[in-house]
Design a protein around this ligand. Structure first.
Ligand code: C2E
Ligand code: MG
Ligand code: MG
Ligand code: MG
Length: 291
């Protein structure tokens, strides 16, 4: 009867839970060897100027390529890595791949574009973080202005002063700082008031029209966010631009830049270089007869 059914549900739940724990254990055993054998891949997604569609930057997004060729996406492992601390290693690894890519572009005579990198809040716990980053860009001899550090709104919740001072040091060294998923948290305006940043990325949930939300309200709020970002000298990026309508809407609201499937999906750094960067090759010396 009822009791027996209840018993079966608990057993089922238990089984699911065990499966989750086993899966977690499996990832944790494999993460370090995976990093060493370069299973974490740099993918890049274009960021474009909404006014002329020109590519003005890219965002680095990690993909875990298993030896069998299949991919794991960030949502399947980043939360766990944040929990067990491995995100620090992964983010430093990704930062290095990004510097390496920018250096490779420059070495092959290609005009580089800035790359945005997602940064775990764990990085900010280390007071040395700005110094480590500076050493990294120096080692690759690239300008820190080519690196934009994306931090989530919720990163700053907690040790507010620590984050604030680190952001100021990073910016004084020439790095750009962006607030990611803006509007998805619960203290957006507070963050904006306290932190000096270069860019705001408007959360996809805000940018895209939903069937249940009040569209009029959404647009009024977006317009005001963009307007005060402008007055504060902060540039704005709309996430999740999927359609011409998304693009037109955000442009009408005076948003500067857009990122999303409308412009391009995240693709491997190699594919990205072929598709978007080859055209940025500077003319070779000697071919000065070409106008
Ligand atoms: P995010 O930084 O907000 O990155 C944007 C996410 O939206 C990416 O998901 C991207 O693939 C997806 N996206 C881009 N355009 C569109 C669109 O038009 N429509 C829709 N529906 N989605 C779009 P992804 O690559 O799965 O990454 C998810 C999150 O994982 C990222 O969100 C970021 O917070 C985190 N992440 C990714 N790579 C790293 C990393 O190297 N380090 C750290 N700490 N976090 C990372
Ligand atoms: Mg991001
Ligand atoms: Mg985002
Ligand atoms: Mg996100």
């Amino acid at each position: 009867g009822i009791r027996q059914k209840h018993h079966i549900d608990v057993a089922f739940y238990d089984e699911k839970l065990h499966e989750k724990i086993r899966e977690k254990g499996k990832i944790e055993t494999h993460m370090q060897p995976a990093l060493q054998s370069h299973e974490f891949k740099l993918f890049l997604q274009p960021k474009n100027d909404l006014k002329n569609d020109k590519i003005i930057g890219a965002e680095a997004l990690v993909r875990w390529q298993k030896p069998d060729g299949s991919y794991r996406y960030p949502n399947e492992f980043i939360p766990l890595f944040e929990e067990n601390g491995f995100c620090v290693n992964l983010d430093m690894y990704m930062l290095e791949r990004v510097c390496e890519q920018i250096r490779a572009w420059i070495d092959s005579g290609i005009e580089p574009i800035p790359i945005s990198v997602n940064q775990s809040k764990l990085l900010f716990a280390n007071g040395n973080y700005p110094e480590v980053l500076t050493q990294l860009v120096n080692r690759y001899q690239i300008s820190p202005s080519l690196i934009t550090l994306e931090i989530l709104e919720r990163t700053a919740v907690g040790d507010f002063e620590q984050i604030r001072s680190q952001i100021d040091v990073l910016r004084s060294k020439g790095f750009k700082v962006s607030m990611d998923d803006f509007g998805s948290g619960y203290s957006s305006l507070n963050m904006l008031y306290h932190l000096n940043i270069d860019e705001l990325k408007l959360d996809r949930g805000f940018v895209q029209k939903t069937s249940y939300g009040d569209n009029g309200r959404r647009l009024i709020i977006l317009e005001q966010i963009i307007s005060f970002a402008k007055k504060l000298g902060i540039s704005t990026v709309a996430e999740g631009i999927e359609t011409q309508t998304d693009k037109d809407t955000m442009m009408k609201l005076s948003c500067d830049y857009g990122q999303g499937y409308f412009y391009g999906h995240p693709i491997s750094a190699e594919e990205f270089s072929e598709r978007y960067m080859a055209v940025r090759a500077k003319k070779k010396c000697g071919s000065s007869d070409e106008k």
